[in-house]
Design a protein around this ligand. Structure first.
Ligand SMILES: Nc1nc2c(c(=O)[nH]1)N[C@H]1C(S)=C(S)[C@@H](COP(=O)(O)OP(=O)(O)OC[C@H]3O[C@@H](n4cnc5c(N)ncnc54)[C@H](O)[C@@H]3O)O[C@H]1N2
Ligand code: MOO
Length: 396
Protein backbone atom coordinates (compact mmCIF):
# COMPACT_ATOMS: atom_id res chain seq x y z
CA UNK A 1 0.00 0.00 0.00
CA UNK A 2 1.37 3.43 -0.97
CA UNK A 3 0.32 6.96 -0.02
CA UNK A 4 -1.56 9.19 -2.44
CA UNK A 5 1.56 11.30 -2.80
CA UNK A 6 3.78 8.30 -3.55
CA UNK A 7 1.30 6.90 -6.08
CA UNK A 8 1.28 10.26 -7.90
CA UNK A 9 5.07 10.36 -7.87
CA UNK A 10 5.27 6.91 -9.43
CA UNK A 11 2.68 7.83 -12.06
CA UNK A 12 4.64 10.95 -13.00
CA UNK A 13 7.97 9.10 -13.06
CA UNK A 14 6.69 6.36 -15.38
CA UNK A 15 4.61 8.21 -17.95
CA UNK A 16 6.66 9.70 -20.77
CA UNK A 17 5.55 11.44 -23.94
CA UNK A 18 4.72 9.20 -26.91
CA UNK A 19 6.25 9.69 -30.38
CA UNK A 20 5.13 12.66 -32.44
CA UNK A 21 2.80 12.88 -35.44
CA UNK A 22 1.87 15.59 -37.93
CA UNK A 23 -1.68 16.95 -37.60
CA UNK A 24 -3.59 19.42 -39.73
CA UNK A 25 -4.16 22.46 -37.50
CA UNK A 26 -7.99 22.21 -37.57
CA UNK A 27 -7.65 18.68 -36.11
CA UNK A 28 -4.99 19.56 -33.53
CA UNK A 29 -7.27 20.80 -30.75
CA UNK A 30 -6.24 19.20 -27.45
CA UNK A 31 -2.84 18.03 -28.69
CA UNK A 32 0.52 19.33 -27.41
CA UNK A 33 3.12 20.88 -29.70
CA UNK A 34 6.29 18.81 -29.98
CA UNK A 35 8.27 21.57 -31.70
CA UNK A 36 8.37 25.37 -31.59
CA UNK A 37 6.26 26.97 -34.32
CA UNK A 38 7.89 30.05 -35.89
CA UNK A 39 5.89 32.92 -37.35
CA UNK A 40 6.37 33.08 -41.10
CA UNK A 41 4.80 36.54 -41.19
CA UNK A 42 4.26 39.47 -38.84
CA UNK A 43 0.88 40.10 -37.31
CA UNK A 44 -0.52 42.52 -38.19
CA UNK A 45 1.25 42.31 -41.50
CA UNK A 46 0.25 45.90 -42.37
CA UNK A 47 -0.77 48.92 -40.26
CA UNK A 48 -4.45 48.44 -39.39
CA UNK A 49 -7.14 50.65 -37.96
CA UNK A 50 -8.71 49.30 -34.76
CA UNK A 51 -11.76 51.60 -35.07
CA UNK A 52 -14.29 52.89 -37.55
CA UNK A 53 -13.45 56.59 -37.93
CA UNK A 54 -11.01 58.95 -39.64
CA UNK A 55 -7.30 58.55 -40.35
CA UNK A 56 -5.35 61.75 -39.69
CA UNK A 57 -1.89 63.06 -38.99
CA UNK A 58 -2.03 63.36 -35.21
CA UNK A 59 -0.06 66.63 -35.18
CA UNK A 60 -2.76 68.19 -37.42
CA UNK A 61 -5.10 67.98 -34.44
CA UNK A 62 -3.56 70.97 -32.72
CA UNK A 63 -6.73 72.19 -31.04
CA UNK A 64 -10.35 71.31 -30.14
CA UNK A 65 -12.76 71.03 -33.09
CA UNK A 66 -10.19 71.00 -35.90
CA UNK A 67 -11.89 70.65 -39.29
CA UNK A 68 -10.35 68.48 -42.02
CA UNK A 69 -11.62 67.66 -45.52
CA UNK A 70 -12.43 63.96 -46.11
CA UNK A 71 -10.52 63.09 -49.26
CA UNK A 72 -10.65 59.29 -49.58
CA UNK A 73 -11.84 56.04 -47.98
CA UNK A 74 -9.96 52.95 -46.73
CA UNK A 75 -12.02 49.84 -46.03
CA UNK A 76 -11.10 46.37 -44.76
CA UNK A 77 -9.62 44.37 -47.62
CA UNK A 78 -8.90 47.59 -49.52
CA UNK A 79 -5.53 48.76 -50.78
CA UNK A 80 -2.72 49.76 -48.46
CA UNK A 81 -1.32 52.07 -51.16
CA UNK A 82 -3.36 55.12 -50.12
CA UNK A 83 -1.44 57.99 -48.59
CA UNK A 84 -2.64 60.88 -46.50
CA UNK A 85 -1.65 64.45 -47.23
CA UNK A 86 -1.22 66.68 -44.15
CA UNK A 87 -4.29 68.78 -43.47
CA UNK A 88 -6.73 66.11 -44.74
CA UNK A 89 -8.59 63.12 -43.32
CA UNK A 90 -9.37 59.69 -44.81
CA UNK A 91 -12.54 57.82 -43.86
CA UNK A 92 -11.44 54.45 -42.46
CA UNK A 93 -12.99 51.26 -41.06
CA UNK A 94 -11.90 48.66 -38.52
CA UNK A 95 -9.24 46.34 -39.95
CA UNK A 96 -8.56 48.58 -42.94
CA UNK A 97 -5.02 49.60 -43.94
CA UNK A 98 -3.97 52.88 -42.34
CA UNK A 99 -2.76 55.09 -45.22
CA UNK A 100 0.91 56.06 -45.36
CA UNK A 101 1.35 59.42 -43.67
CA UNK A 102 -1.56 58.89 -41.26
CA UNK A 103 -0.45 58.54 -37.65
CA UNK A 104 -3.76 58.16 -35.80
CA UNK A 105 -7.39 57.14 -36.24
CA UNK A 106 -10.09 59.18 -34.54
CA UNK A 107 -13.07 57.00 -33.63
CA UNK A 108 -16.28 58.00 -35.32
CA UNK A 109 -18.08 58.82 -32.03
CA UNK A 110 -15.52 61.58 -31.37
CA UNK A 111 -16.27 63.33 -34.66
CA UNK A 112 -19.07 64.95 -36.65
CA UNK A 113 -19.32 65.41 -40.39
CA UNK A 114 -20.48 68.49 -42.25
CA UNK A 115 -20.30 69.16 -45.99
CA UNK A 116 -17.58 66.62 -46.65
CA UNK A 117 -15.49 67.76 -43.72
CA UNK A 118 -14.84 65.98 -40.44
CA UNK A 119 -14.82 67.94 -37.19
CA UNK A 120 -12.45 66.30 -34.71
CA UNK A 121 -13.71 66.43 -31.13
CA UNK A 122 -10.79 64.56 -29.64
CA UNK A 123 -7.85 66.60 -28.38
CA UNK A 124 -4.99 66.01 -27.86
CA UNK A 125 -4.41 62.96 -30.09
CA UNK A 126 -1.54 60.61 -29.28
CA UNK A 127 0.60 59.16 -32.06
CA UNK A 128 -0.65 55.68 -33.07
CA UNK A 129 -4.05 56.20 -31.43
CA UNK A 130 -6.24 53.31 -32.69
CA UNK A 131 -3.49 52.08 -35.01
CA UNK A 132 -2.30 48.48 -34.83
CA UNK A 133 1.32 48.49 -35.90
CA UNK A 134 3.09 45.91 -38.03
CA UNK A 135 4.27 43.05 -35.78
CA UNK A 136 2.49 44.47 -32.74
CA UNK A 137 1.22 40.95 -31.94
CA UNK A 138 4.14 38.93 -33.31
CA UNK A 139 7.05 39.55 -35.67
CA UNK A 140 8.08 37.31 -38.54
CA UNK A 141 10.68 34.76 -37.34
CA UNK A 142 9.65 34.89 -33.69
CA UNK A 143 8.43 31.80 -31.83
CA UNK A 144 4.66 31.87 -32.23
CA UNK A 145 4.03 28.95 -29.89
CA UNK A 146 6.69 27.03 -28.02
CA UNK A 147 7.08 23.26 -27.88
CA UNK A 148 4.98 21.98 -25.00
CA UNK A 149 2.05 24.33 -25.65
CA UNK A 150 -1.36 22.73 -25.26
CA UNK A 151 -3.42 23.55 -28.33
CA UNK A 152 -6.60 25.29 -27.19
CA UNK A 153 -9.21 26.90 -29.43
CA UNK A 154 -7.28 30.16 -29.04
CA UNK A 155 -4.08 28.45 -30.19
CA UNK A 156 -5.83 26.95 -33.24
CA UNK A 157 -7.09 30.41 -34.16
CA UNK A 158 -3.68 32.02 -33.61
CA UNK A 159 -1.85 29.43 -35.75
CA UNK A 160 -4.46 29.63 -38.51
CA UNK A 161 -4.10 33.42 -38.55
CA UNK A 162 -0.40 32.84 -39.14
CA UNK A 163 -1.15 30.51 -42.08
CA UNK A 164 0.21 27.48 -40.20
CA UNK A 165 -1.57 24.47 -41.67
CA UNK A 166 0.13 21.52 -40.02
CA UNK A 167 1.84 21.01 -36.66
CA UNK A 168 3.99 18.33 -35.07
CA UNK A 169 2.32 17.12 -31.90
CA UNK A 170 2.65 14.24 -29.47
CA UNK A 171 0.46 11.29 -30.37
CA UNK A 172 -2.27 10.41 -27.90
CA UNK A 173 -2.34 6.98 -26.30
CA UNK A 174 -4.45 4.17 -27.71
CA UNK A 175 -6.53 2.66 -24.96
CA UNK A 176 -7.90 -0.79 -24.31
CA UNK A 177 -10.61 -1.20 -21.69
CA UNK A 178 -11.01 -4.68 -20.23
CA UNK A 179 -14.29 -5.20 -18.44
CA UNK A 180 -14.41 -8.06 -15.94
CA UNK A 181 -17.29 -9.35 -13.86
CA UNK A 182 -19.67 -12.24 -14.61
CA UNK A 183 -22.51 -10.30 -12.97
CA UNK A 184 -22.46 -7.61 -15.65
CA UNK A 185 -25.14 -7.21 -18.30
CA UNK A 186 -25.25 -4.92 -21.34
CA UNK A 187 -27.88 -2.20 -21.22
CA UNK A 188 -31.01 -3.17 -23.12
CA UNK A 189 -30.80 -6.81 -21.95
CA UNK A 190 -33.03 -8.03 -19.13
CA UNK A 191 -31.44 -8.09 -15.67
CA UNK A 192 -31.21 -11.59 -14.24
CA UNK A 193 -30.81 -12.59 -10.62
CA UNK A 194 -27.83 -10.86 -9.01
CA UNK A 195 -26.91 -8.98 -12.17
CA UNK A 196 -26.10 -5.29 -12.70
CA UNK A 197 -25.81 -3.20 -15.81
CA UNK A 198 -22.26 -2.73 -16.99
CA UNK A 199 -21.57 1.01 -16.79
CA UNK A 200 -17.85 1.43 -16.18
CA UNK A 201 -16.83 1.10 -19.82
CA UNK A 202 -19.31 3.76 -20.96
CA UNK A 203 -18.15 6.03 -18.14
CA UNK A 204 -14.47 5.59 -18.99
CA UNK A 205 -15.06 6.04 -22.72
CA UNK A 206 -16.91 9.28 -21.90
CA UNK A 207 -14.02 10.52 -19.74
CA UNK A 208 -11.55 9.65 -22.52
CA UNK A 209 -13.70 11.35 -25.14
CA UNK A 210 -13.68 14.49 -23.01
CA UNK A 211 -9.88 14.30 -23.12
CA UNK A 212 -9.91 14.01 -26.90
CA UNK A 213 -8.86 10.35 -26.81
CA UNK A 214 -10.88 8.45 -29.37
CA UNK A 215 -8.88 5.31 -30.13
CA UNK A 216 -10.49 3.08 -27.55
CA UNK A 217 -11.16 -0.65 -27.72
CA UNK A 218 -13.40 -2.47 -25.25
CA UNK A 219 -13.17 -6.18 -24.43
CA UNK A 220 -15.05 -8.31 -21.93
CA UNK A 221 -13.32 -11.10 -20.02
CA UNK A 222 -14.99 -13.87 -18.10
CA UNK A 223 -14.10 -14.18 -14.42
CA UNK A 224 -11.36 -16.75 -15.00
CA UNK A 225 -7.62 -16.48 -15.24
CA UNK A 226 -7.21 -17.82 -18.79
CA UNK A 227 -9.78 -15.44 -20.26
CA UNK A 228 -8.29 -12.46 -18.37
CA UNK A 229 -4.76 -13.32 -19.53
CA UNK A 230 -5.68 -13.80 -23.18
CA UNK A 231 -7.73 -10.56 -23.27
CA UNK A 232 -4.92 -8.57 -21.68
CA UNK A 233 -2.36 -10.06 -24.08
CA UNK A 234 -4.47 -9.33 -27.13
CA UNK A 235 -5.23 -5.76 -26.09
CA UNK A 236 -1.57 -5.15 -25.28
CA UNK A 237 -0.61 -5.83 -28.90
CA UNK A 238 -2.94 -3.09 -30.20
CA UNK A 239 -2.86 -0.40 -27.48
CA UNK A 240 -0.53 1.67 -25.34
CA UNK A 241 -2.54 1.65 -22.14
CA UNK A 242 -4.91 -0.99 -20.84
CA UNK A 243 -7.43 -0.15 -18.17
CA UNK A 244 -9.13 -3.09 -16.54
CA UNK A 245 -12.18 -2.54 -14.38
CA UNK A 246 -13.14 -4.90 -11.57
CA UNK A 247 -11.50 -8.05 -10.31
CA UNK A 248 -8.60 -6.30 -8.65
CA UNK A 249 -9.49 -6.97 -5.03
CA UNK A 250 -8.81 -10.09 -2.98
CA UNK A 251 -11.91 -12.15 -3.84
CA UNK A 252 -11.72 -15.67 -5.27
CA UNK A 253 -12.86 -14.37 -8.67
CA UNK A 254 -10.50 -11.36 -8.82
CA UNK A 255 -8.06 -12.36 -11.56
CA UNK A 256 -6.62 -9.13 -12.92
CA UNK A 257 -3.61 -8.96 -10.60
CA UNK A 258 -2.77 -12.61 -11.19
CA UNK A 259 -3.17 -12.20 -14.95
CA UNK A 260 -0.84 -9.20 -15.01
CA UNK A 261 1.72 -11.20 -13.08
CA UNK A 262 1.32 -14.07 -15.54
CA UNK A 263 2.04 -11.85 -18.55
CA UNK A 264 5.19 -10.56 -16.86
CA UNK A 265 4.05 -7.02 -16.04
CA UNK A 266 6.03 -5.27 -13.31
CA UNK A 267 3.86 -3.88 -10.51
CA UNK A 268 4.65 -0.21 -9.88
CA UNK A 269 2.14 -0.04 -7.02
CA UNK A 270 -0.86 -1.94 -5.73
CA UNK A 271 -3.27 -0.30 -3.28
CA UNK A 272 -3.29 3.33 -2.29
CA UNK A 273 -4.07 4.58 1.20
CA UNK A 274 -7.24 6.31 0.05
CA UNK A 275 -11.00 6.00 -0.04
CA UNK A 276 -12.48 5.27 -2.47
CA UNK A 277 -10.17 3.50 -4.91
CA UNK A 278 -7.86 1.67 -2.53
CA UNK A 279 -7.14 -1.37 -4.73
CA UNK A 280 -5.78 0.50 -7.78
CA UNK A 281 -2.97 -1.47 -9.40
CA UNK A 282 -0.46 0.10 -11.77
CA UNK A 283 1.83 -2.24 -13.68
CA UNK A 284 3.90 -1.99 -16.82
CA UNK A 285 5.76 -3.98 -19.41
CA UNK A 286 8.25 -2.54 -21.88
CA UNK A 287 5.45 -1.60 -24.26
CA UNK A 288 2.33 -1.10 -22.14
CA UNK A 289 0.94 0.51 -19.04
CA UNK A 290 -1.79 -1.35 -17.17
CA UNK A 291 -4.19 0.26 -14.73
CA UNK A 292 -6.40 -2.19 -12.90
CA UNK A 293 -9.22 0.02 -11.66
CA UNK A 294 -11.49 -1.13 -8.86
CA UNK A 295 -14.86 -2.36 -10.07
CA UNK A 296 -16.89 -0.09 -7.81
CA UNK A 297 -17.93 2.63 -10.25
CA UNK A 298 -17.13 5.67 -8.10
CA UNK A 299 -13.78 4.16 -7.09
CA UNK A 300 -13.01 3.51 -10.72
CA UNK A 301 -13.74 7.10 -11.77
CA UNK A 302 -11.83 8.66 -8.86
CA UNK A 303 -8.80 6.53 -9.79
CA UNK A 304 -9.19 7.50 -13.42
CA UNK A 305 -9.21 11.24 -12.70
CA UNK A 306 -6.52 11.23 -10.03
CA UNK A 307 -4.02 8.80 -11.58
CA UNK A 308 -4.83 7.51 -15.06
CA UNK A 309 -5.82 10.81 -16.65
CA UNK A 310 -2.59 12.52 -15.45
CA UNK A 311 -0.59 9.61 -16.91
CA UNK A 312 -2.44 9.84 -20.24
CA UNK A 313 -1.82 13.59 -20.30
CA UNK A 314 1.89 13.11 -19.69
CA UNK A 315 1.99 10.54 -22.49
CA UNK A 316 0.28 13.13 -24.71
CA UNK A 317 3.02 15.66 -23.86
CA UNK A 318 1.03 17.73 -21.35
CA UNK A 319 2.82 19.23 -18.40
CA UNK A 320 -0.26 20.37 -16.49
CA UNK A 321 -1.24 16.75 -16.01
CA UNK A 322 -3.10 16.69 -12.69
CA UNK A 323 -6.61 18.09 -12.25
CA UNK A 324 -6.49 21.82 -11.47
CA UNK A 325 -6.16 22.06 -7.70
CA UNK A 326 -6.77 24.90 -5.26
CA UNK A 327 -8.01 25.54 -1.75
CA UNK A 328 -11.56 26.65 -1.06
CA UNK A 329 -13.60 27.02 2.11
CA UNK A 330 -15.89 24.05 2.75
CA UNK A 331 -19.53 25.00 3.41
CA UNK A 332 -20.11 22.48 6.21
CA UNK A 333 -18.38 20.42 8.89
CA UNK A 334 -17.15 16.98 7.88
CA UNK A 335 -15.25 14.28 9.73
CA UNK A 336 -14.03 10.78 9.06
CA UNK A 337 -12.11 7.99 10.79
CA UNK A 338 -9.62 5.44 9.61
CA UNK A 339 -6.24 5.48 7.97
CA UNK A 340 -7.14 6.34 4.40
CA UNK A 341 -7.19 9.82 2.82
CA UNK A 342 -10.60 10.62 1.35
CA UNK A 343 -11.77 11.93 -1.99
CA UNK A 344 -15.29 13.34 -1.79
CA UNK A 345 -17.57 14.00 -4.74
CA UNK A 346 -18.31 17.68 -4.43
CA UNK A 347 -19.83 20.77 -5.92
CA UNK A 348 -18.02 24.08 -6.24
CA UNK A 349 -20.13 27.19 -6.46
CA UNK A 350 -19.90 30.75 -5.16
CA UNK A 351 -16.24 30.27 -4.19
CA UNK A 352 -16.98 27.48 -1.73
CA UNK A 353 -17.20 23.72 -1.92
CA UNK A 354 -19.84 21.30 -0.64
CA UNK A 355 -19.54 17.54 -0.47
CA UNK A 356 -22.50 15.73 -2.00
CA UNK A 357 -24.91 13.17 -0.52
CA UNK A 358 -23.90 9.55 -1.21
CA UNK A 359 -20.15 9.09 -1.01
CA UNK A 360 -20.18 5.27 -1.12
CA UNK A 361 -17.93 3.76 -3.74
CA UNK A 362 -20.77 1.88 -5.48
CA UNK A 363 -22.79 5.08 -5.89
CA UNK A 364 -22.50 7.25 -8.98
CA UNK A 365 -25.51 9.40 -8.16
CA UNK A 366 -23.34 12.03 -6.48
CA UNK A 367 -20.66 11.80 -9.20
CA UNK A 368 -23.33 12.44 -11.81
CA UNK A 369 -23.78 16.00 -10.50
CA UNK A 370 -20.29 16.68 -9.11
CA UNK A 371 -17.95 19.24 -10.64
CA UNK A 372 -15.05 18.63 -8.24
CA UNK A 373 -13.43 16.28 -5.75
CA UNK A 374 -12.43 17.35 -2.26
CA UNK A 375 -9.16 15.78 -1.17
CA UNK A 376 -8.91 15.32 2.59
CA UNK A 377 -5.69 13.74 3.85
CA UNK A 378 -5.86 11.78 7.11
CA UNK A 379 -4.22 14.77 8.78
CA UNK A 380 -7.45 16.70 8.11
CA UNK A 381 -10.07 14.31 9.52
CA UNK A 382 -12.21 16.97 11.19
CA UNK A 383 -13.04 20.06 9.19
CA UNK A 384 -15.45 22.83 10.12
CA UNK A 385 -17.51 25.16 7.95
CA UNK A 386 -15.19 27.78 6.51
CA UNK A 387 -12.01 25.66 6.75
CA UNK A 388 -9.89 25.59 3.61
CA UNK A 389 -9.82 22.23 1.84
CA UNK A 390 -8.03 21.02 -1.29
CA UNK A 391 -10.32 20.93 -4.31
CA UNK A 392 -9.61 19.19 -7.61
CA UNK A 393 -11.74 20.46 -10.50
CA UNK A 394 -13.22 17.78 -12.74
CA UNK A 395 -13.04 18.24 -16.52
CA UNK A 396 -16.65 19.00 -17.46
N1 LIG B 1 -11.98 -8.52 1.74
C1 LIG B 1 -11.87 -7.40 1.08
N2 LIG B 1 -12.84 -7.08 0.20
C2 LIG B 1 -12.77 -5.94 -0.47
C3 LIG B 1 -11.69 -5.06 -0.25
C4 LIG B 1 -10.68 -5.43 0.65
O1 LIG B 1 -9.69 -4.70 0.87
N3 LIG B 1 -10.81 -6.61 1.26
N4 LIG B 1 -11.66 -3.88 -0.92
C5 LIG B 1 -12.93 -3.34 -1.31
C6 LIG B 1 -12.76 -2.19 -2.12
S1 LIG B 1 -12.17 -0.82 -1.34
C7 LIG B 1 -13.12 -2.15 -3.42
S2 LIG B 1 -13.03 -0.68 -4.29
C8 LIG B 1 -13.61 -3.32 -4.14
C9 LIG B 1 -12.90 -3.51 -5.45
O2 LIG B 1 -13.25 -4.71 -5.97
P1 LIG B 1 -12.91 -5.21 -7.40
O3 LIG B 1 -12.05 -4.26 -8.13
O4 LIG B 1 -12.42 -6.58 -7.31
O5 LIG B 1 -14.29 -5.11 -8.13
P2 LIG B 1 -15.44 -6.17 -8.28
O6 LIG B 1 -15.49 -6.99 -7.07
O7 LIG B 1 -15.28 -6.82 -9.58
O8 LIG B 1 -16.67 -5.19 -8.31
C10 LIG B 1 -16.98 -4.32 -7.26
C11 LIG B 1 -18.39 -3.78 -7.46
O9 LIG B 1 -18.46 -3.00 -8.61
C12 LIG B 1 -19.42 -3.53 -9.54
N5 LIG B 1 -18.87 -3.43 -10.89
C13 LIG B 1 -17.75 -4.01 -11.31
N6 LIG B 1 -17.53 -3.73 -12.60
C14 LIG B 1 -18.55 -2.97 -13.00
C15 LIG B 1 -18.91 -2.39 -14.23
N7 LIG B 1 -18.13 -2.54 -15.32
N8 LIG B 1 -20.04 -1.65 -14.31
C16 LIG B 1 -20.82 -1.50 -13.21
N9 LIG B 1 -20.53 -2.05 -12.01
C17 LIG B 1 -19.43 -2.77 -11.90
C18 LIG B 1 -19.57 -4.97 -9.14
O10 LIG B 1 -20.78 -5.52 -9.56
C19 LIG B 1 -19.42 -4.88 -7.63
O11 LIG B 1 -20.62 -4.46 -7.04
O12 LIG B 1 -13.43 -4.47 -3.36
C20 LIG B 1 -13.84 -4.35 -2.00
N10 LIG B 1 -13.76 -5.62 -1.36
O1 MOO C 1 -11.59 1.71 -2.58
MO1 MOO C 1 -13.01 1.01 -2.36
O2 MOO C 1 -13.29 2.09 -3.54
O3 MOO C 1 -12.94 2.05 -0.87
O4 MOO C 1 -14.67 0.97 -2.13
Amino acid sequence: MVTVEEAKKRITANAIALPTVLKPVPEALGYVLAKDVLASLSLPSFRQSSMDGYAVLHTDVSNENIILPIVAESKAGGTSKLSLKPGTAIRIFTGAPVPAGATAVIMQERTSVENGNVIIKEYPVAENLNVRNIGQQIREGDIALAAGTYLSAGAIGFLTGLNVQEVEVYRKPKIGILVTGDELVKTGDALGDGQVYESNSAMLVAALTKEGIHQVEIMYAEDDLASTISSLELMATRNDVIMATGGVSVGDYDYVGKALEAIGAETIFYKIRQKPGKPLLFAKTQKNHFYALPGNPASSLVCFYEYVLPALRLMSGRKDHFLPSFKLPISHAYSFNGERDEFLKASVSNAQVTSLEGQESFALRSFAVANALIYLPVTQQNVYAGDLVEVHLLPL
